[in-house]
Design a binder for this molecule. Structure first.
Ligand code: GTP
Ligand code: MG
Length: 199
């Protein structure tokens, strides 16, 4: 699928204030600094569409981008950022939860995981929560350029085993790098499958 246009539509502080629309949407979620905004820029081919920063906690609102005039990419704030105040993290968590549980046009969630790390409790808990709430998700391993090629398959294998054993789920995994533009086609294929099915 080709992306011919990508337009920033809105930054919303809560589900209630998100743009009213029936168009299908696809959200990017994951820990702070994992590379959500960078991946949205990579996929759309627009460098500064979503705001990126080396400091965790950059994205604080729910950001909607309209793609090809027919579906949305949504950049969410990261979770698990230790240096935010308790009150601020709770606010962000309930914003994310409200969005994921009640956004009717949300079709698929991309959960981003840093390829360099072994399964972390916070990510596993989040997957358990998604799975309990029947929120469909695909796992994107990020920053693949930072690990040696030989290790590219190790992490998905470890994850798959952990997820089958602990949660009895077997999600789709895609290896990505915003830097090297890895994984773009596979992500767009996942989206296209859903968008086509609705036409
Ligand atoms: P929050 O909005 O704070 O939750 O972060 P985020 O998940 O949106 O991460 P963001 O895209 O802002 O990227 C965080 C940092 O990681 C930035 O310094 C990026 O340049 C870097 N980064 C993101 N993707 C990649 C990648 O594929 N490779 C490398 N080497 N660095 C990356
Ligand atoms: Mg961000």
């Amino acid at each position: 699928m080709l992306i011919s246009s990508a337009t920033f539509i809105a930054s919303s502080p809560s589900l209630k204030l998100c743009p009213a629309t029936d168009l299908p949407e696809f959200a990017f979620i994951g820990r702070s600094n994992v590379g959500k905004s960078s991946l949205i820029n990579m996929i759309t081919g627009i460098k500064a569409l979503a705001k990126v920063s080396g400091t965790p906690g950059k994205t604080r609102l729910i950001n909607h981008f309209l793609i090809n005039g027919s579906w949305f990419l949504v950049d969410l704030p990261g979770f698990g950022f230790a240096r935010t105040s308790k009150e601020e993290s709770r606010k962000i968590e309930s914003m994310i939860e409200g969005y994921l549980l009640r956004r009717d046009n949300l079709r698929l969630t991309f959960l981003l995981i840093d390829s360099r790390h072994n399964p972390q409790r916070i990510d596993l808990e989040f997957m358990a929560w998604l799975s309990r709430n029947r929120i469909p998700f695909v796992i994107l391993f990020t920053k693949a350029d930072k690990i040696p090629k030989a290790r590219h398959t190790a992490n998905p294998t470890t994850y798959r085993k952990a997820l089958l054993e602990t949660l009895n789920i077997d999600p789709v995994f895609i290896l990505t790098s915003a830097e090297k533009k890895t994984g773009k086609e596979e992500i767009l294929e996942c989206i296209e499958e859903v968008v086509k099915g609705e036409e």
